[in-house]
Ligand binder design. Structure first.
Ligand code: ADP
Ligand code: MG
Length: 849
């Protein structure tokens, strides 16, 4: 099967090279210059390329690491004995790196990165010096309308209002989306590969057109020249909306011939000579703007040739207008009171708010900018965390003090353990203990259980249900699809009947009479457990005493839906479960008010799923694999993605593929079809048939993603794999490998894009859901991974969940400390007020409101 895989590219020029020849000896002579940036870069490149011990220009990743860590750390670093030992220990581990298997490599690299990050923080110089308080300008207040500033007329004010800029305060909080650093300005001829530079020149030509090779990619070329030469800057816009001629023309109009532009970015070499990687391009002043009208002295940053802010604009509003408004408003930062307690600012080395606001717009140096940004990012995270913690606090105060679990020995939970044909894994035991402790606690539980596909979350859920039932409570288990609810129900009936406990299933397709009976039994309290879908949150569903709510695949529900189920009881315990592991940063940002447990271990004896990325030329081998497995009595899934937004097309591709496979490829086998448009009884019939082995192959849309559990299936073929997120592919892949035999996952892709292949290769190399989720985050960004809107991911002005993880952790710590000191925040009235203002914006409705 391995031939199917496209061969990995090993030729990488990213690994560090010292002064040209880059051998180890030379590195050791320059021990003083151990370069953390380089070390970190090597570590992250290695991680991104899947831990293959990359071959760099001069040496392999592992040799580079063991070389650097094999010498003394830099002498100006303050390291204690333990840190020194750790340094050496890591060095010796890298000598063995080529011998390690994948999980060990992942672990070592992760550990090194964590440790280096910690060391770096210890070595960090204190933040930029705090200057004397800024002078408070009389006659300029924060609430003053911009219109009354000298130099801004009614016309300009109206334009600014289109950007939401009405007052001085608005202008101060209108953060630049980037800066052009003129201290990095060089002539085009001087630009060196690998440096970040700013170029200033005039536009020679500008074109924007649809890629001849990819109809959904738009290519933008801008040729600029200065006294020393010229170069072409390129940007790519992916997506149908950018290939419309109108859009392309409007983009071209923004870059008229002859206009002066500043472009900054990393210099790289391309087929056509030198260019900038993903450049920031700023039109400095085209003919439409009279730059002389900007009074002298208003633009010191420009005048002194330093750092120029670039603001988000809309059509008809010039950069200079916004810059001027901010500049005029800027002295008012002195009136901004800082809500953060002084000692907190000291502990976390934060700039004063007014200084940060000043420096985010017109920073004196790159370091000032970094410090300003750090403070403002901290604020965004800090208020979010404080809000989440306060929400939890309030909820707990309202909650009735009632433990839900009074353990009685030899009762339901113990009998359930005896029924299980296997030992619980250590991770399952730990998570169960955490849940039972929550149930014993008078405060209501609000816990998220994360566990990779197949880690055994169901068993853990059942223990929680039985513990609550045994103590006299009713319980509910809600799943996002009928297929999944049905499947849970089937398992639970099996166990519950042995325990002589009733359980019922309530979904949209439960017949009316049955439904009435279930509702009656819930109302009287006769029914201790109901399993169901969204049908459970209908207003007609009432419980006698609902004590525990479990929500499976919780991320598939909206916040309101989760809350609606919860409100069927009086502050019941809530357990949510997800198989889509969320990296810790996202967990904090999204669920700062939840406790999180991880089932981070799979039951023993599982064979990792053999995963390969396959190209169209490999089809024949894929067909052979399917035939071979089916001949051995196994079964196969073929999954098709959502081809377009349109469900119709989606359906068509599944129907076509089903027909093609049945008639042309596998006439001897039975091929079934499953898609979202089928009625739930039809869906169920198909899944039943597949489960009973009446079908060899199941062609499906992504409806099989969650839940479907057919241990005999051993092959998962995913078409157009590049269209899926990594976590979703991992989830789909989890439909096989549920038995003890070898299983296979084939990721079919016609894409030649290097990025797409690199992304898919992550799945070839890892079976670890958390690792895959981290990579997904790196490749696609948090918004796409979580689906910003449904997920309730906060909309930050500056903060990035990718790049600011460290600040997020600090903000969390700070919020916890403050809440511990004074949960009412009475000591800091201003803080309380700002929190309230921000809360509405950041938190949205939550489980605890
Ligand atoms: P998921 O976390 O994906 O919901 P399930 O709860 O469906 O996983 O469990 C997957 C399979 O593993 C089930 O067939 C279950 O019976 C089995 N299982 C769960 N825990 C263990 C264990 N400790 N040892 C062996 N098999 C287990
Ligand atoms: Mg499950």
């Amino acid at each position: 099967m391995t031939e199917v895989a496209a061969s990995a590219t090993t030729d990488h020029a990213l690994l560090p090279e010292r002064g040209g020849s880059g051998n180890l000896r030379e590195t050791s002579e320059q021990a003083e210059q151990v370069d953390l940036k380089r070390l970190n870069r090597a570590l992250s490149v290695e991680a991104e390329s899947g831990f293959g011990d990359l071959q760099g220009r001069a040496q392999t990743f592992s040799r580079f690491l063991s070389g650097v860590l094999g010498q003394d750390p830099p002498s100006d670093w303050v390291l204690d004995g333990e840190d020194r030992r750790k340094w050496q220990e890591l060095g010796s581990h890298y000598a063995l790196y080529p011998e390690l298997d994948l999980p060990e490599r992942q672990h070592l690299v992760a550990e090194t990165r964590r440790w280096l990050d910690q060391i770096r923080r210890q070595q960090e110089p204190p933040p930029a010096p705090r200057p004397a308080p800024l002078p408070k300008p009389e006659g300029l207040s924060l609430e003053q309308p911009l219109q009354f500033l000298k130099g801004i007329g009614p016309k300009s004010a109206e334009k600014l209002a289109q950007l939401g800029l009405l007052t001085v305060r608005n202008a101060l909080y209108y953060f630049p989306r980037d800066h052009v650093n003129y201290s990095e300005q060089v002539l085009i001829r001087q630009a060196k590969v690998g440096e970040t530079v700013t170029l200033v020149g005039t536009i020679k030509s500008c074109t924007c057109f649809t890629s001849p090779k990819n109809k959904s990619l738009s290519i933008f070329n801008l040729k600029i020249a200065d006294s020393s030469g010229s170069l072409t800057l390129t940007r790519f816009y992916a997506g149908q909306q950018f290939t419309q001629r109108g859009w392309q023309e409007s983009l071209q109009r923004q870059y008229p011939r002859g206009a002066r532009v500043a472009a900054s970015g990393l210099v790289k070499k391309s087929k056509f000579g030198i260019t900038l990687d993903n450049p920031q391009i700023e039109v400095l002043a085209d003919e439409g703007v009279d730059s002389r009208s900007l009074q002298k002295g208003l633009r010191p940053a420009v005048a002194t040739g330093k750092i120029l802010p670039i603001y988000p604009l809309t059509e008809g509003i010039t950069a200079d207008l916004v810059r001027k408004a901010v500049q005029l408003a800027l002295p008012a930062v002195a009136w901004v009171a800082d809500p953060l307690p002084q000692d907190l600012k000291q502990t976390f080395q934060l700039l004063d708010l007014s200084l940060a606001l000043q420096q985010i717009h017109f920073p004196e140096t790159g370091e000032h900018l970094a410090q300003a940004r750090r403070r403002l990012v901290f604020d965004e995270f800090f208020y979010l965390q404080l809000g989440l913690l306060q929400r939890r606090q309030r909820y707990r105060e309202q909650a009735q003090s009632l433990p839900r679990y009074q353990p009685v020995s030899g009762e339901l939970v113990d009998r359930f353990y005896q029924m299980l044909p296997f030992q619980l894994t250590a991770a399952q035991q730990r998570v169960i203990a955490e849940i039972l402790a929550d149930l014993r606690d008078p405060l209501p539980m609000n816990r998220l259980v994360q566990g990779d596909v197949g880690s055994g979350k169901t068993v853990v859920a059942v223990v929680a249900l039985l513990a609550a039932i045994q103590s006299g409570w009713q319980t509910a288990l809600m799943a996002p699809t009928e297929v999944l609810a049905e499947q849970h129900y089937r398992k639970l009936v099996d166990w519950f009947s042995q325990l002589h406990l009733p359980v019922d299933l309530l979904t949209g397709s439960t017949p009316a009479a049955k439904r009435r009976e279930i509702l009656r039994q819930l109302q009287t309290g006769e029914l201790p457990l109901v399993v169901g879908t969204h049908a459970l949150i209908q207003p007609t569903v009432n419980f006698q005493n609902l004590g525990l709510v479990i929500i499976d695949e919780q991320h598939r529900f909206g916040v309101e839906q989760r809350a609606a189920l919860q409100q069927k009881g009086d502050h019941p315990d809530v357990l949510t479960m997800t198989a889509t592991p969320i990296p810790r940063t996202l967990t904090l940002a999204l669920h700062g008010d939840l406790d999180v447990s991880a089932i981070d271990e799979l039951p023993p004896g599982r064979k990792p799923i053999h995963t390969v990325v396959a190209r169209p030329g490999d089809r024949l081998q894929v067909v052979r694999l399917m035939e071979r497995e089916i001949a051995q009595g196994r079964q196969v899934y073929v999954v098709l993605p959502l081809i377009e937004e349109s469900e119709k097309l989606d359906l068509k591709s599944a129907i076509d593929e089903h027909q093609r496979l049945q008639e042309k490829v596998f006439p001897r086998f039975k091929v079934g079809l499953l898609h979202g448009r089928m009625s739930s009884s039809d869906k169920d019939a198909v899944i039943q048939a597949f489960r009973k082995r009446e079908l060899d192959i199941l062609v499906s849309t992504t409806v099989v993603e969650v839940g479907v559990d057919v241990p005999n299936a051993s092959v998962m073929v995913i078409e157009h794999a590049e269209r899926f997120g990594l976590s979703q592919l991992h989830q789909l892949r989890g439909r096989v490998g549920r038995g003890s035999d070898q299983s296979y996952c084939v990721l079919m892709t016609g894409s030649k894009g290097e990025d797409a292949l690199r992304r898919l290769k992550v799945l070839e190399q890892s079976n670890d859901g958390f690792f895959i989720a981290e990579m997904d985050l790196r490749f696609r960004g948090p918004g796409e991974v979580m689906g910003t809107r449904q997920s309730g991911l906060p909309d930050f002005a500056l903060a990035s969940l990718m790049d600011d993880q460290e600040v997020l952790e600090l903000a969390r710590q700070a919020a916890e400390q403050l809440m511990a000191a004074d949960p009412s925040l009475n000591q800091w009235p201003l803080l309380g007020r700002i929190l309230e203002e921000r809360q509405a914006h950041l938190l949205g409705p939550g489980l605890f409101t």
